[in-house]
Design a protein around this ligand. Structure first.
Ligand code: HEM
Ligand SMILES: *[C@@H]1O[C@H](CO)[C@@H](O)[C@H](O)[C@H]1NC(C)=O
Ligand SMILES: *[C@@H]1O[C@H](CO)[C@@H](O)[C@H](O)[C@H]1NC(C)=O
Ligand SMILES: *[C@@H]1O[C@H](CO)[C@@H](O)[C@H](O)[C@H]1NC(C)=O
Length: 529
């Protein structure tokens, strides 16, 4: 008995001592960097990440610097919201890479562009990039208009007023429908008549929507555990995971047949075709395994799905809270589209996209993703010692420092952005004052944006591949909805209702792989006069 206690005590001492040594070592390398540092008692729990958005610039203000290191026994993390440092981290893509071991959990169907580095990453990017061309953007434009119209119908808007209890749920469906068409050439409809084809347990739409509603569960809980879990929900997750895999396998098999039967290599390739062709490449240098086809189709759907849906949800909510800006946006749409306003099917990508995006719709999108940074931070790491210039001074960063850009902080940095106005809703909102911070007029005045201070899609070699795709989708969706309807909070347009809405979009926001509303946001769509 006594000896057991003794062993436990010795083990504890050893553990404590090794933690202590590690901490000392990490403090030394932080000190050697010459950057400001603070010592954290233990590894920053991941759960803290959700706070990044809410606190914004505050922690940097407290430290009095825009770049500092948090030291812990497990390793050092450098946080930054300095545009100049951000540009160095994103431009030097060989020096600062993705922390791939952190991202490996994304590979539930196989290797992905997001969790890959070096040659492997370059290969996937080269396969996907040609897909994101103007033909695809044309498809996105047309499909978005048609999906937005179906969504309005689904909301019963043809009767004059559509009431939507949880706009984010439908925004997710909408974004998924656009992706399915653009990526896989597989249209999805709103009047879901759940057809379950032979050999399947779930319909395509049930499988895909369940996987993308429940991906956190699939990332966090190992499949064997899900398998033996008695929870009905876990069973459904696993079933959807398997089913989506089978649907992807079928699409890939069909595509292989299609490729074999057509000599015409000039057809407009979609994402599926590009990855399937790469898996069949005779050149071993460029060939990818089948698993990478599945992994990447999955990750693209993930990357382009909630990001777009959440952006649209926040933008519509902001519009509902700012009737004055919404009226200006309506006037702008009237000006640009004139008599064609009533016939979205007649709008074209070449003729209308840029003009709409240069005006209020573009200002709305920029201001929404400035404030609601879908990805509130961008992580990088340096496999070898690197130098970094901060405030004009050279600093040495020890190898394997985790360097994280706090996007939410730089997007609200008082040096680069207007601060919250003292609007009548401000007291009701509470920090971070999302509505009072919403200043879309800034963009219309064409003011200078300091390079590196606005990075919603990241920058450089690892920047978002879907930037244009997302913009086209946002533009066509907002134009279709706003050409015909006025967006209001479900509670109406009086001051009290707007205060309640404003509080909601400031307080009820959470981070879970992406930034999203933590509760239903109810909106109604009233036919414009
Ligand atoms: C408003 C919508 C979107 C936002 C704000 C957004 C933002 C971002 C950001 C910040 C990154 C870099 C992540 C990092 O380095 O940690 C990223 C990467 C990526 N995004 Fe997006 N994204 C959006 C929509 C889309 C869409 C629609 C697609 C697909 C068509 C897409 C595909 C990708 C891919 C494939 C990557 C990984 C690129 C690489 O690692 O080389 N995104 N996105
Ligand atoms: C950046 O984000 C992390 C994660 O939420 C947070 O712990 C940290 O305090 C933030 N740092 C700054 C300086 O904003
Ligand atoms: C799956 O997603 C639905 C809808 O968001 C949610 O209600 C449910 O709790 C999730 N289940 C699991 C196991 O994650
Ligand atoms: C939105 O931001 C982008 C990127 O900074 C910029 O090029 C564009 O002009 C902005 N749009 C508007 C309407 O200001």
């Amino acid at each position: 008995m006594v000896s057991l206690v003794l062993i436990a005590l010795v083990l504890l001492l050893v553990l404590f001592y090794s933690q202590y040594r590690a901490l000392q070592r990490n403090i030394r390398s932080a000190r050697d960097s010459g950057l400001k540092y603070v010592v954290a008692p233990s590894w920053l729990p991941l759960s803290l990440f959700y706070r990044t958005w809410a606190i914004g610039y505050e922690p940097f203000e407290k430290q009095g610097v825009d770049t500092f290191i948090i030291v812990s026994p497990a390793g050092n993390v450098m946080w930054t919201c300095d545009p100049d440092v951000i540009l160095q981290l994103t431009a030097r893509h060989n020096d600062f890479v993705k922390p791939t071991e952190m991202l490996g959990m994304l590979n539930i169907y196989g290797p992905t562009i997001t969790a890959a580095e070096g040659d492997e990453h370059r290969r996937y990017r080269k396969i996907a990039a040609p897909f994101l061309n103007e033909d695809t953007h044309q498809t996105v434009w047309t499909e978005t208009i048609s999906q937005a119209q179906s969504m309005l119908e689904h909301w019963n808007c043809n009767k004059g007023v559509g009431v939507v209890p949880d706009v984010n749920v439908d925004a997710n469906r909408f974004a998924l429908h656009v992706l399915s068409k653009a990526f896989f050439n597989r249209p999805m409809a709103w009047d879901d008549k759940t057809v379950i084809p032979p050999g399947h347990k779930l319909s395509y739409s049930k499988a895909i929507s369940t996987v993308f509603k429940n991906y956190s569960t699939l990332f966090m809980i190992p499949k064997p555990v899900l398998k033996i879990s008695p929870a009905q929900e876990h069973k459904l997750c696993l079933e959807a995971y398997d089913e989506f895999k089978i649907y992807m396998e079928e699409m890939v098999a069909d595509e292989k047949q299609h490729i074999a039967s057509t000599q015409d290599s000039s057809d407009n390739d979609n994402l599926l075709q590009n990855f399937v062709k790469a898996s069949q490449s005779p050149d071993t240098e460029t060939q990818i395994p089948d698993a990478a086809v599945f992994g990447n189709l999955f990750i693209f759907t993930l990357a382009g799905h909630e990001t777009s849906a959440n952006t649209l949800t926040f933008a519509l909510s902001l519009l509902a809270c700012r009737p004055d800006f919404q009226a200006a946006l309506h006037a702008d749409i009237n000006d640009i589209l004139g008599a064609r306003r009533d016939t979205p099917a007649s709008w074209t990508y070449p003729q209308d996209y840029s003009r709409l995006m240069d005006g209020h719709i573009g200002a709305l999108m920029n201001e929404t993703i400035r404030l609601y940074t879908v990805l509130p931070f961008i992580p990088k790491t340096n496999p070898s010692v690197q130098s970094l210039t901060v405030d004009g001074n050279k600093h040495i960063l020890a190898a394997n420092t985790l360097a994280i850009v706090n996007t939410s902080a730089v997007h609200r940095h008082p040096k680069y952005w207007l601060q919250p106005s003292s609007s009548p809703t401000k007291a009701a909102e509470g920090p971070p004052y999302a509505l009072s911070s919403f200043r879309p007029e800034f963009w219309l005045n064409k003011q200078n944006v300091v390079p590196g201070s606005f990075v919603p899609f990241a920058e450089g070699f690892r920047s978002c591949l879907g930037t244009r795709f997302a913009k086209v989708e946002f533009c066509a969706a907002v134009a279709t909805i706003c050409a015909e309807f006025e967006v209001q909070l479900i509670g109406g347009t009086d001051t009290e209702a707007i205060k309640a809405g404003a509080r909601r979009i400031s307080q009820e926001v959470k981070f879970e792989m992406g930034l999203k509303p933590s509760d239903a946001i109810g909106l109604r769509f009233v036919k414009r006069r």
